[in-house]
Design a protein around this ligand. Structure first.
Ligand SMILES: *Cc1c(COP(=O)(O)O)cnc(C)c1O
Length: 462
């Protein structure tokens, strides 16, 4: 991929310290995946060679972030690092109020409990696992209002994260605007393959929500990456900085939950931010019960300092060029091998289309879970299932949801692996693709009640 001046991208850093990797034999991997119940979440990290499980909390911090750790002000109350983070959030995201939390789901918990009443509906541009669960636990029902193209892995739509205003309007007319406390808007929609929304779509959504008195709450986890796509793909933004695009997005929303473990380049952290003083006061009070005092929210002072510095680095054009450039490099290679992946290539991961990869497996045999296990067996590469297991069961019928998308996610940590690692990954996926006909499915032998994909166990079918 070329940057906007037509030059090749390269990492805007050099490497000061390295972490040694362990390579394993096929026998060791056979043993390890069996022990893990064929669930890559249950593998031990020491048995993994290239870890593409998630981009959550797995980024490499910069020298300045590490220096920030030494500036940790570990006061119980009023830590200087909290005020540094508050200043950075106000500057880059533009929200008035900030409540730090230990990670994204901590913020989702606060927001869901504060804004959702029993019997409410929460539309969103596709679900995210923890987000929807917190909405349901607060008595709400999630309703998917993303455009249809997002559910089609073959669609080349440049903004598959867009909200379908007609779907939203249908819901609002059916249940009434007073039953819709907010719309949950996610940038670079994780479950759709890291697909962005456009500014034009947000502008329309904003006008609609103002008219009906509905809040827009941003899942800000990957909004900076979303801003990169707007600059690259949307007319009129080629000369606008990522920083300015981010502000334009946030200015059309009422608040945000944040998993800082993604965009913000830290290993732990998150926050809830908003402009409404009333909502803020409730969140500030509630955080004391569930996370910690409102000036640390479950984090150490040093974690907040690293987050503030991470935010300054995340909005840099050269950082995102390299970040998203690496994802595109891997995706392009896989396409050259003929491997079916979700189009267009998104922000943080390559999603293998397991239905096309393993067309001979019914969805009840968990093709994506099976494929993730096979990838590990081939070369020690750890990926994640995003299909029938992640989607869980319908709370009303108890049936498996059988989502249209049955995907395996190869997620790239930020600033961690090199282009040579990407070559090894692509070769291994291509190798598994070549012997795909011999792959059989899995059956679930242990199913936990909540977010089952994390801890479910499987056995190969006979
Ligand atoms: C990771 C993530 C969350 C949850 O955040 P955690 O920090 O893992 O608790 C919420 N929304 C999206 C889109 C995410 O990717």
């Amino acid at each position: 991929m070329k940057d906007q001046r037509g030059h090749s991208w390269a990492e805007p850093y050099k490497i000061k310290m390295v972490e040694l990797l362990r390579m394993t034999t096929r026998e060791e991997r056979d043993h390890a995946i069996r022990e893990a119940g064929y669930n890559t979440f249950l593998l031990r990290s020491r048995d993994v060679y290239i870890d593409l499980l998630t981009d959550s909390g797995t980024s490499a911090m910069s020298d300045r972030q590490w220096a920030g750790l030494m500036m940790g002000d570990e006061a119980y109350a009023g830590s200087e690092n909290f005020y540094n983070l508050l200043g950075a959030v106000q500057e880059y995201y533009g929200y008035k109020y900030l409540v730090p939390t230990h990670q994204g789901r901590g913020a989702e918990h606060l927001m869901s409990q504060i804004l959702i009443k029993e019997g409410d509906y929460i539309p969103g541009n596709m679900y995210f696992t923890t987000t929807r669960l917190h909405q349901e636990m607060a008595g709400g029902t999630f309703v998917d209002v993303i455009i249809d193209e997002a559910h089609d892995p073959a669609s080349d739509h440049p903004f598959k994260g867009n909200v379908d205003l007609e779907k939203l309007d249908r819901l609002v007319r059916e249940v009434g605007a007073d039953k819709v406390p907010y719309i949950s808007l996610e940038g670079c929609v994780n479950m759709a393959g890291g697909q962005p929304f456009s500014m034009a779509n947000l502008r329309e959504l904003h006008a609609y929500c103002r008219k009906h008195g509905i809040r827009i709450m941003l899942d800000a986890t990957r909004t900076i990456e979303n801003a990169w796509f707007i600059r690259r793909r949307e007319e009129g933004y080629a000369d606008t900085s990522i920083k300015d695009i981010l502000r334009e997005i946030c200015d059309m929303t009422d608040g945000a939950t944040m998993s800082a473990k993604k965009d913000l380049l830290v290993n732990i952290g998150g926050f809830f931010a908003c402009n409404d003083e009333d909502v803020f006061l409730k969140a500030q009070n509630m955080v004391v019960v569930y996370e910690g005092l409102h000036t640390y929210g479950g984090l150490a002072g040093r974690d907040m300092e690293a987050m503030a510095q991470g935010l300054r680095e995340a909005v840099l054009q050269e950082h995102q060029d390299a970040r998203i450039g690496q994802v595109r490099y891997l995706g392009t290679k896989l396409r050259q091998y003929g491997v079916p992946i979700v189009c267009p290539i998104g922000s943080h991961a390559i999603f293998l289309d397991a239905k096309k990869f393993l067309p001979h497996l019914d969805q009840n045999l968990f093709p994506a879970q099976t494929l993730a296990a096979e990838l590990y067996l081939d070369a020690g590469i750890r990926a994640m299932e995003r299909g029938n297991v992640s989607a869980g069961r319908d709370p009303l019928t108890g049936e498996n949801r059988r989502p249209p998308l049955e995907l395996v996610r190869l997620t790239l940590p930020r600033r961690v692996y090199t282009q040579a690692h990407m070559d090894v990954v692509a070769e291994s996926v291509a190798n598994v693709y070549e012997h795909r006909d011999t792959i059989r499915g899995l059956k679930m032998v242990y199913e936990p009640d909540y977010l089952r994909f994390f801890q479910a166990r499987f056995e190969p079918v006979k």
